[in-house]
Design a protein. Structure first.
Length: 433
């Protein structure tokens, strides 16, 4: 309040008019109390103040005075100074969490937001209007995993080679449970390694929702048959009976996209505070510290308590390394050699199954870096050649498991009909003659 000027709210102005009528005895205190929705005791207290101080007695006594619960100016200055030094690019919410966790200074994020705006550290952001309706979550844990990779400068140039790395992450659609791992690039081998660890730990999800990256989908129109239209990832998921769903826009899988937006803010700064500058340590920090805390705070309760992850079948468990590999088809040459990635493989003489030239085999590039050659569910043995083999004149017709093994034939008995065949034939001719 200033001298000669009384600041009143609309409610206080209305109360002043009713109290004046009570003072002039135009209405009773009971009627006035019901009109202002006050108790009789509260109305009597107001009437005492009104008779002594007039309209001034209606105004709240704390108006214009500093709050009894306000933050001290010293704490405000200390908080702003720490934000300028340690958290200059942190948002108000994240900065308030770190001030309480690392510096022992407790301050509300909205209070800190106002202080940062006043100090020019933070600027008010307008929220974008809602364009699409949010899709309802799946009901059960394991029904659908949203999956994607994000290449970003996660270490802010602290890596030895100064290159960007990729964060692979999956988010359960029903519970919001997040799993993530740093890899060098978003390729088929790192993606399959990620899902091998996931499936061995949690089981097979019913659906995987991802984008149309070339790792996940063949985008060329030149592929004619159904098998050629499948990427290596789609082929592996088909063998495991996991449905792959491709989104037509980033907004369609908005929950995983929003996650990367949050991680580019929070995770980058957490790695900076922990002084982490390599992928191995970052993955350990993710699994041991960051993700458990994040999931504990931001997971939601699903509609159903059921867990519909499917366990691996016996044959899937035995052949998981084979399924989650890069598979290529090649033809066996006449000299039983195979050319693959400008390298030559010579099949050995002894094999677990019959091998003929011009047969089509499957070459598996496993996650462990080894190469396996498969023919009719049998794995062939081979030697790597340093150069193209020299053609020889005489080539074997086939490679079998019997080569090099002495076979013992059955010897008929002395009275076996086969031994008496010629004698019986001569007797028949003589008799007829």
């Amino acid at each position: 309040m200033k001298e000669g000027l009384l600041i009143m709210s609309t409610r206080e102005i209305n109360r002043a008019g009713i109290l004046k009528q009570v003072k002039d005895k135009k209405i009773t205190q009971v009627v006035a109390a019901k009109t202002m929705n006050l108790s009789d005791r509260q109305l009597r207290r107001l009437m005492v103040e009104y008779r002594i101080n007039g309209v001034t007695g209606i105004v709240h006594s704390s108006r214009g005075r500093p709050s009894n619960h306000q933050i001290s100016q010293q704490l405000k200055d200390q908080v702003i100074e720490l934000v300028r030094i340690k958290y200059p690019d942190f948002g108000p919410t994240f900065a308030s969490e770190k001030l309480a966790q690392l510096d022992g200074l407790v301050i509300g994020h909205e209070t800190l937001r106002k202080l940062m705006i006043t100090a020019g550290i933070w600027h008010h952001k307008k929220r974008k209007p809602i364009h699409r309706t949010r899709r309802e979550r799946r009901a059960c844990y394991g029904d659908m995993e949203q999956f994607d990779g994000c290449q970003h400068d996660w270490f802010e140039g602290r890596l030895a080679n100064k290159t960007k790395v990729t964060l692979l992450a999956s988010r359960d659609d029903a519970t919001n449970m997040v799993r993530a791992q740093f890899v060098s690039y978003e390729g088929t081998i790192p993606v399959m390694a990620y899902w091998r660890d996931y499936i061995k730990t949690y089981g097979k999800p019913q659906n995987i929702y991802l984008d149309r990256h070339s790792t996940y989908k063949v985008n060329s129109d030149s592929a004619l048959d159904d098998d050629a239209m499948l990427s290596q990832f789609e082929r592996a998921m088909k063998q495991l009976d996991i449905m792959v769903i491709h989104a037509n826009s980033p907004q369609a899988k908005g929950r995983i996209e929003n996650l990367f937006g949050t991680f580019q803010d929070r995770l980058v700064k957490e790695l900076r505070l922990a002084n982490i500058s390599d992928i191995t340590t970052a993955n350990q920090f993710l699994q041991a510290t960051f993700l458990p805390d994040y999931n504990k705070r931001f997971c939601v309760t699903p509609i159903s308590e059921s867990n519909i992850h499917c366990p691996l079948l016996i044959n899937e468990n035995l052949n998981l390394d084979s399924i989650l590999s890069i598979q290529s088809k090649r033809t066996i040459n006449n000299d039983f050699t195979i050319r693959f990635h400008n390298q030559w493989f010579q099949l050995t003489k002894t094999q677990p199954t019959l091998v003929l030239p011009k047969q089509q085999i499957v070459i598996e590039e496993r996650l462990d870096g080894l190469t396996h050659i498969r023919l009719r569910d049998k794995y062939l043995t081979y030697n790597k050649l340093n150069h193209k083999p020299i053609t020889v004149d005489k080539l074997p017709i086939a490679l079998t498991s019997n080569i090099g093994i002495v076979r013992e034939y059955h010897k008929p008995a002395s009275n076996h009909p086969w031994r008496n065949y010629q004698i019986n034939t001569r007797k028949t001719i003589t008799t007829n003659a």
